[in-house]
Design a binder for this molecule. Structure first.
Ligand SMILES: Nc1nc2c(ncn2[C@@H]2O[C@H](COP(=O)(O)OP(=O)(O)OP(=O)(O)O)[C@@H](O)[C@H]2O)c(=O)[nH]1
Ligand SMILES: [Mg+2]
Ligand SMILES: [Zn+2]
Length: 483
């Protein structure tokens, strides 16, 4: 079915290889490195799974049925397979489970019994966790097995497959990837999707950054003329599970080997819709070879990378000679993840934002003036909404000067410019307040926990994302605002 009517919903993605004169990017001229082009936007109606990254047509999705039939092997009729009714449904958009009439057709009933989903199980067997999803073991409907459904897949008013009615007359909107059977949020795949991976070594500040960014998303997007929509309750859950509040312990590090479920937003501007997907990759997974094999897909498929660097990582490198991970190792590892070690003479075209975290801790740093833009909030102009190039240029110059003042910092800048054709330099504080460390009993063990000593008030936290959105062509780049 032609999907031309989806046209207006897709963003007019621009040529992201364009050059401009303010970013810290290396120009590739003449015999310079070959820039690996950005993946072209998918054809309308094609979907890239946010978990396994396979690409398939919107009408090839599978569904989780909302009808369950009692199975002899799974206990009595009241047994909801360990799933409580009020259990969290991260991707919920479905009709409630209904008691359906007994058709007397045993073979059909059997198809609607709850059972382990091998594709879902196999995907999550690679990770230290499994998605908590109430429909994980519900029956799967595919268009190839017409016994399980009435008629054919239903489409929404844009011609996009969104639901199906099962054999018993119960409708489901729980779309799943036909390859890994992970849930696709409502409308996922309908608009152009941009994947953003947040990388950096352990404790660099990725999770605190994402939690604060998500918390302020409405404000940050409104400032640049975008309307953001949460696609799933997962975003809210992520903020709740990673609290950043006065006197509340900050998140403990992300469990190595675990996959944090992707975070989804729809951004709307002038009737054009885009989908953003954020990934919080655990620190270890950004450098260790075995881990990279597992997580490589999340980096390889990124349309943009936010690399977070704790500025104290540099002093740690200078004062310790054991297993400290150099920032250049992360940059190299990402480059290898993209090109499988065949990257000689090439540069990646995707935007890479190198962002110094915890800028509040730089306030006594002698390499940085107390009047630096690093310690100033972004100022917005309500008449011209977009990514402010002038304010960014001022900041970027200062971040570069700071980094170039240290050998490791200057190596880091050289490395990003060597491997990435389009880079930006940023600095933010997710807390902008002091942190106290205390011993607390957690899960029967005494652990050190850090707690903000005042109400956290992030500074310039949105700037790397706004730069990226301007690189994606979602918001314009604007000059100096009138003050
Ligand atoms: N002063 C200050 N400390 C911060 C800031 N952001 C994070 N931190 C500290 O850094 C610690 C680690 O932050 P996380 O966000 O958990 O780090 P991570 O990169 O997700 O680490 P992994 O999950 O282990 O990869 C926090 O517990 C805080 O103590 C900040 O903006 N300012
Ligand atoms: Mg983390
Ligand atoms: Zn998949």
């Amino acid at each position: 079915m032609p999907l031309s009517f989806l046209g207006g919903l897709f963003g007019g993605g621009k040529d992201r290889n364009n050059d401009s004169d303010y970013e810290d990017k290396k120009r590739s001229k003449g015999a310079g490195p070959k820039i690996v082009p950005l993946a072209p936007p998918l054809k309308q109606g094609m979907i890239k799974c946010p978990y396994c990254f396979n690409v398939f047509s919107h009408d090839d999705v599978h569904f989780k049925a909302m009808t369950l039939k009692e199975s002899a092997s799974w206990g009595n009729a009241d047994d909801d397979f360990g799933v409580e009714d009020d259990d969290f449904d991260p991707f919920g958009d479905s009709a409630e489970k209904e008691d359906t009439a007994d058709t007397g057709d045993k073979s059909i009933d059997e198809l609607f019994e709850e059972k382990e989903d091998p594709q879902f199980k196999s995907f999550w067997s690679n990770f230290a966790n499994e998605l908590v999803w109430r429909y994980a073991n519900y029956p799967v409907i595919t268009k190839d097995d017409t016994r399980m459904m009435r008629g054919t897949y239903h489409m929404d008013s844009n011609g996009f497959v969104d639901s199906v009615t099962d054999f018993y007359g119960v409708e489901t909107k729980e779309r799943i990837c036909p390859h890994c059977h992970n849930p696709l949020p409502p409308n996922y795949g309908k608009y152009q999707v941009h994947f953003i991976a947040t990388v950096g070594i352990t404790s660099s500040g990725k999770t605190v950054y994402l939690s604060q960014l998500l918390k302020g998303m409405n404000k940050y997007m409104d400032n640049v003329g975008l309307v953001p929509l949460d696609m799933t309750p997962v975003n809210k859950q992520f903020i709740e599970e990673h609290p950043v509040k006065m006197d509340v312990p900050l998140p403990q590090g992300t469990v190595p080997g675990a996959l944090t479920p992707p975070l989804f937003y729809v951004l709307i501007k002038g009737g054009v819709y885009h989908t953003l997907v954020f990934y919080d990759v655990a620190g270890e997974s950004c450098v260790e070879v075995d881990e990279l094999n597992k997580y490589g897909g999340f980096i390889r498929n990124a349309d943009g990378i936010i690399m977070i660097l704790d500025p104290h990582q540099f002093s740690l490198i200078n004062t310790s000679d054991d297993n400290v991970i150099h920032p250049t190792a992360v940059i190299q590892a990402m480059f290898n993840a993209f090109l499988g070690g065949k990257g000689q003479g090439q540069q990646l075209g995707i935007p890479l934002a190198l962002a110094l975290s915890k800028s509040d801790t730089l306030e006594d740093e002698e390499l940085i003036s107390p009047n630096s833009n690093i310690f100033r909030d972004l100022v917005y102009d309500s008449r011209r909404k977009g990514f402010d190039v002038q304010q960014y240029r001022n900041l970027m110059g200062e971040v570069r000067k700071f980094l170039n003042g240290m050998t490791e910092g200057s190596l880091t800048i050289n490395a990003i410019n060597e491997f990435f054709a389009n880079t930006g330099l940023f600095a933010f504080s997710a807390l902008n307040c002091g942190v106290k460390v205390e011993e607390r009993m957690i899960d029967g063990e005494m652990k050190k926990v850090a707690m903000p000593v005042a109400h956290p008030n992030p500074r310039r936290i949105e700037e790397p994302l706004l730069w990226m959105l301007s690189e994606f062509g979602i918001i314009p780049k604007i000059g100096q605002p009138q003050r």
